[in-house]
Design a protein around this ligand. Sequence first.
Ligand SMILES: Cc1ncc(COP(=O)(O)O)c(C=O)c1O
Length: 472
Amino acid sequence: MGAPVLPNARPGIAESHLLLNFTDAAAFHDRPPKVITRGEGCEVIDADGRRFIDGLSGLFCTNLGHDFGSEIGAAISQQLSQLVFTPTWSQSHPAAEALGDRLAQIAAPLGLTRTYLTLGGGESVEAAWKIARQWHASNGEPQRTKAIARDLAYHGTSLGALSFTGLDDCRDPFMPLPVPVTFVSNTNAYRHPLEHDEAAFTAALLAEVHDAIIAAGTDQVAMLIAEPVQNSGGSLTPPAGYWQGLRDLCTRYGILLVADETITGFGRLGEWFGSMRLGAEPDMITFAKGATGAHAPLGGVIVSDRVAAPFVSGDALYMHGLTFSGHPLTAVAALTALDIYEREGVFENVRALEPRLHAGLEQLRSIPMVGDVRGAGFFWALEMVRDPDTRDTFTEDEAAWLLRDELSGHMDRLGLLCRLDDRGEPVIQISPPLVADEQVLDRIINIVGEAAEKAWATWMRRRPSDVRSGAA
Ligand SMILES: Cc1ncc(COP(=O)(O)O)c(C=O)c1O
């Protein structure tokens, strides 16, 4: 058997033969897409040999960086030489069993015991929804067909998951969507009048959730889904008491509470799950991304005994199936990644360095364009404003200029991959691999600072004098 030959990068192929995710293909005329060919540590390298810090962990998923591919690959290779595949339909195999067992141990402090395995975050959200519907039906409440989610939240793009995604641009082309969802406010304190009164802010948010439940019908809502820290909108942390309040409302009205931990699971906030850090008590957790450190596509939903009960007792047969649910390759990738998280003290690293990352980003508030700095763990966002005093935000065109023309050019030149997002107010998002050390974090902070300073300087040259004097 010869050594495997990997494909080489060939110019123009992505433009001609791939339909890329959420990508403006017309922009390739001016700027061809980056073709990333290699990863090393916390960096990736493109076909021209240029290095970039993997400042968003790919898409919040290369939590272990790029140095563990051989180890995880060896485990996968061993698994495939023993058993390529067998379904987890009415049977199982040791890799899926070991993963289910391991996840039950990890999630035990949250009272979650049983996992359904998928291949990604959106699939996990849909799996949770179908569990919720069938759970209510088996409890004599098939009329619970509605859900509650939050403004701007991203829960996936396949049609079921898209129902819970609160982003109009993603939803509009596909209306009507299958699940009727009421969207309530997210936890962006910077844009809320009660920002400085945390208890009142929490109370206002929860009152809105309560009103949404009443308006939908107290016996109509099956599920409430939220991220422990919401990604879209820019690392929106919850105020104290928020998750406890969600728990109380869900218990009171018989609604299943789902924590979508697609991003916050597996160390992003310095714990196995963000729910642990927040003291949240969800009935189900959805996860994906970091479960394998992005070495293979795997997700899942972990449920409590109470939620699993009808499916275990025989009252209900879970009407769901994915050929590759629990695929041996993905299960072994996850098991090995979980070992590495523990062996390398990866979450300890996040906890130890979070204050440094936070403090470094806080210093960037000296740049007038940086209106807010928020986040937790290795999951941060800077909200960009035209005027820090009024918090006046950029128009759509200005935000497009700022993010796509200005900041992205600087980040590219300075060698940082991060997210520049204008779903909601414009934000720079930073979410480095969880193995990043002080040097990597400091480089990220410096690059973000330099890019923001340059963008602000350009903006000031273009701006009318009233804003210029207001911001001085
Ligand atoms: C919170 C959350 N849920 C669900 C998803 C969808 O995950 P996937 O792209 O694996 O379907 C994402 C993706 O970023 C996410 O951030």
